[in-house]
Design a protein around this ligand. Structure first.
Ligand SMILES: NC(=O)c1ccc[n+]([C@@H]2O[C@H](COP(=O)([O-])OP(=O)(O)OC[C@H]3O[C@@H](n4cnc5c(N)ncnc54)[C@H](O)[C@@H]3O)[C@@H](O)[C@H]2O)c1
Ligand SMILES: O=c1ccn([C@@H]2O[C@H](COP(=O)(O)OP(=O)(O)O[C@H]3O[C@H](CO)[C@@H](O)[C@H](O)[C@H]3O)[C@@H](O)[C@H]2O)c(=O)[nH]1
Length: 332
C-alpha cells in the first residue's frame, strides 16, 4: 500500500510527505512542479503530470497501480485569492478539473481513500464578527478561489457516495511556518514569507486594509503551523483507512485569530527589528476576519494544533536563515 500525494512538491504537500515518510509509509509524489520544487522530496518517486489535463488520467492511473496506491491526498491547486478575483474561469476550471481527473484515476486504480485540501476561504466573512466558524456555518465564499474549493468539496462528497470511497476535506486556515529550510514556503503571495522578506530588507510591510471592525483595524486570520496541518493528514488517513466515520469537512486551525499587525510584530520580535508597516487599500476578495472553531477536529479526529503564532514566527525566521527549528522537532 502507498499514499499518492498530489501536489507533494509544494509547501504543504512536502510537509505531508515528510510526516508520512517519518512513519514508514510508501509515498508517490505527483506534481507538475508549476509552483513546487523537486528538491523538497529527494529520493522519492515523482510522477510529473499536470492533473488538469484529461489526457493524463490514464497515465496517472497507471502510476497509481504501479505504486499500489490505496490512498490519495490531493493538494494540487491554484491558491491565490487576488489572482482568482482577476481570473475566475482559470480557478474554477483548473481546481475542479484537477480534482475530477485525480478522482477518475483513483477509481480506475481502485484507490478508495481520499483527503482533499480545502480552505477557510469557503466561509467568507462570517456574520458574527470575530467569532470562530464551525463546519455547520453556511459557506459563503467571497472570491473565486473559495468558490472553486467549495465546488471541489461537493464533488468529492458526491464521488465518495457514488463509489463508496472514504473521503474528507480538510479546511485549512492560514498555514505558515516550516519544519526544515528546504520545505519552507518560498511563495511570494502569503503574509508570513512576505513579512520576512520586507523586514529583512528593512522595508515596510504593506498592510491590506486598515479601519476594519477588528481589534486594531487590520484583517484577522487563524495562523496554523504547517507541521500541525501535516500531522492532521496522517490522522485523517488512519481514520479513513480503518473505516471510522470521518466528517465530510473538518476545520484545521488553532481557534485563535491574529491581526496582520500582530503577525508583523511577532516576526519583527524574532528578527530583533522594529516592525514597519504601510497601511494600504484592502485587497479585492479579502474577508475581514476568519477564525476556526476547532471542536470537530478534536472530537472526530483527536487532533489539535500544538503550535501558535510565536512558534510559526520563530520557525519561519530560522528556516529562512537556513537553520532547522528545534521547537517543532522537540514538540513531536
Ligand atoms: N497555504 C495556505 O495557507 C493554504 C490554506 C488553505 C488551503 N491551502 C491549499 O493547500 C494546497 C497546497 O497549498 P500550498 O500552500 O502548499 O501551495 P503550493 O503552491 O506550494 O503547492 C501546490 C503544489 O501543487 C502543484 N500543482 C499545482 N497545480 C498542479 C497541476 N495542475 N498538476 C500537478 N501539480 C500541480 C504545484 O507544483 C505545487 O507543488 C492548495 O490546494 C491550497 O489551495 C493552502
Ligand atoms: O503583503 C500582504 C499580504 C497579505 N496581507 C493580509 O494578510 C492576510 C493573510 O493573507 P494571505 O497570507 O495572502 O492569506 P489569505 O488571503 O488569507 O489566503 C490564504 O489562506 C487561505 C485560508 O484562509 C488559503 O486558502 C489561501 O490559499 C492562502 O493564500 C490577509 O488579510 C491579507 O490581506 C497583507 O496585509 N499584506
Amino acid at each position: 500500500m502507498s499514499v499518492a500525494v498530489v501536489g507533494g512538491a509544494g509547501y504543504i504537500g512536502a510537509h505531508v510527505v515528510d510526516v508520512l515518510r517519518a512513519r514508514g509509509e510508501h509515498v508517490l509524489v505527483v506534481d507538475d512542479l508549476s509552483t513546487g520544487d523537486a528538491d523538497r522530496v529527494p529520493g522519492l518517486p515523482l510522477t510529473r503530470i499536470d492533473v488538469t489535463d484529461p489526457t493524463q488520467v490514464a497515465p496517472l492511473a497507471t502510476a497509481f497501480r504501479q505504486h499500489e496506491v490505496d490512498a490519495v491526498v490531493h493538494l494540487a491547486a491554484r491558491k491565490r485569492v487576488d489572482e482568482s478575483v482577476a481570473h475566475p474561469t482559470r480557478y474554477l476550471r483548473d481546481n475542479v478539473a484537477g480534482l475530477a481527473n485525480v478522482l477518475d484515476a483513483a477509481t480506475a486504480a481502485d484507490a478508495r481513500t481520499v483527503v482533499l485540501s480545502s480552505t477557510a476561504a469557503v466561509y467568507g466573512t462570517p456574520d458574527a464578527a470575530g467569532a470562530p466558524v464551525d463546519e455547520s456555518t453556511p459557506p459563503r465564499p467571497e472570491n473565486p478561489y473559495g468558490t472553486s474549493k467549495l465546488a471541489c468539496e461537493w464533488l468529492l462528497e458526491a464521488h465518495a457516495r457514488a463509489h463508496g470511497v472514504a473521503a474528507t476535506s480538510l479546511r485549512y486556515f492560514n498555514v505558515a511556518g516550516a519544519a526544515r529550510p528546504v520545505l519552507a514556503d518560498r511563495g511570494t503571495s502569503n503574509l508570513v514569507p512576505i513579512v520576512l522578506d520586507r523586514l529583512r530588507a528593512d522595508r515596510a510591510v504593506e498592510v491590506f486594509g486598515g479601519g476594519l471592525t477588528t481589534r486594531d483595524g487590520t484583517p484577522v486570520r487563524d495562523y496554523v503551523h504547517v507541521v500541525d496541518v501535516a500531522e492532521a493528514h496522517v490522522v485523517a488517513l488512519d481514520a479513513l483507512r480503518s473505516g471510522r466515520d470521518v466528517p465530510a469537512v473538518v476545520n484545521l486551525g488553532t481557534g485563535e485569530g491574529s491581526t496582520v499587525l500582530e503577525v508583523v510584530r511577532a516576526v519583527a520580535r524574532v528578527l530583533g527589528v522594529e516592525p514597519r508597516v504601510d497601511v494600504v487599500a484592502r485587497r479585492a476578495g479579502d474577508p475581514v476576519s476568519v477564525v476556526a472553531d476547532v471542536t470537530l477536529a478534536g472530537t472526530a479526529l483527536g487532533w489539535r494544533a500544538r503550535l501558535r503564532l510565536e512558534d510559526i514566527a520563530a520557525d519561519a525566521v530560522r528556516c529562512d536563515a537556513g537553520l532547522t527549528p528545534e521547537l517543532t522537532d522537540s514538540s513531536r
